[in-house]
Unconditional design. Structure first.
Length: 279
């Protein structure tokens, strides 16, 4: 009986140690996450420099950092990261994947540039709110964002994004807010449920959604423009060909006149002489 009790106690202690190690690993990765983000981004206003002090290693110390919200004040586990309007520069910080329990990310109103990572869904798989608005992101919107199935709010407005909005976004069943205004987007927009608040303003090439023109009408206008352009190009090319032809014709006539300044008088006189001899 005593032996069984000791074995049971040993298993309990081992189990608790495993949990403790797992939690320590989790919090260590979140600390590493923030440290590498700080190192990766330019911080001209020193918001992160003075607030994110990694010399303090007490439990929950990162929860006091500016822009950091933890799951619990005494646990180094990041829930939300809100770094809006700090003047930060650089590219999207890929090491954010080490904040493995992150649900909210706000990097709006900064000077971040480059493309949004194509594998962003693996970097922030549990994100419910993603705000990358008012930056300098360019390129296409990654289709993999449709794999972030917990998204409630997605704001990508005020960037330099191009191409089509992935139609797969229509399957994001939890989405309530979607904004891509003031970009350079084109093509048909996704079909969302009526509960989604969308903003497509100032994207001249978008079609197919509320407040937007029909994609068929835009396609017809585009085809007419191509036909008109081709016709105008054909007329211009024909006129150019005619002008070149006239130029060489006039030049050839002038060249012949210079070779025989008397024209064909000699030939006519010879013909006349032969006629006289014949009579």
């Amino acid at each position: 009986m005593v032996l069984h009790s000791r074995i049971f106690s040993h298993h309990v202690v081992s189990f608790l140690l495993l949990i403790s190690c797992g939690m320590t690993y989790g919090t260590d990765t979140d600390i590493f996450c923030l440290k590498t983000i700080k190192d990766a981004l330019e911080d001209p206003n020193n918001y992160l420099k003075f607030s994110w002090d990694f010399n303090n290693r007490t439990e929950g110390f990162i929860c006091k950092f500016i822009g950091v919200e933890c799951w619990h004040p005494d646990e180094n586990k990041v829930l939300n990261l809100r770094l809006s309007n700090m003047g930060l520069k650089g590219q999207f910080p890929r090491t954010i994947q080490n904040c493995s329990s992150l649900t909210g990310l706000d990097l709006s109103i900064n000077k971040l540039s480059g493309t949004i990572p194509g594998d962003i869904s693996t970097l922030v798989p549990f994100v419910t709110s993603l705000d990358l608005s008012s930056n300098e992101f360019s390129g296409a919107i990654p289709v993999t964002l449709s794999n972030c199935t917990f998204l409630n709010s997605l704001k990508l407005d005020q960037n330099r994004l191009t191409g089509q909005i992935p139609l797969q976004f229509g399957i994001l069943s939890r989405l309530k807010i979607f904004s891509v205004s003031n970009n350079l987007l084109t093509g048909q927009v996704p079909t969302f449920s009526s509960q989604v608040s969308v903003n497509y303003a100032n994207n001249q090439g978008l079609c197919g959604g509320n407040g937007l023109g029909s994609c068929q009408a835009k396609s017809s206008k585009s085809n007419m423009a191509v036909i008109a352009g081709a016709a105008a190009g054909g007329v211009t090319l024909a006129a150019l060909g005619l002008a070149v032809g006239m130029f060489f014709f006039v030049r050839r006539v002038s060249f012949k006149k210079e070779e025989d300044p008397e024209g064909n008088k000699w030939a006519r006189s010879l013909k006349g002489t032969k006629q006289i001899k014949a009579s």
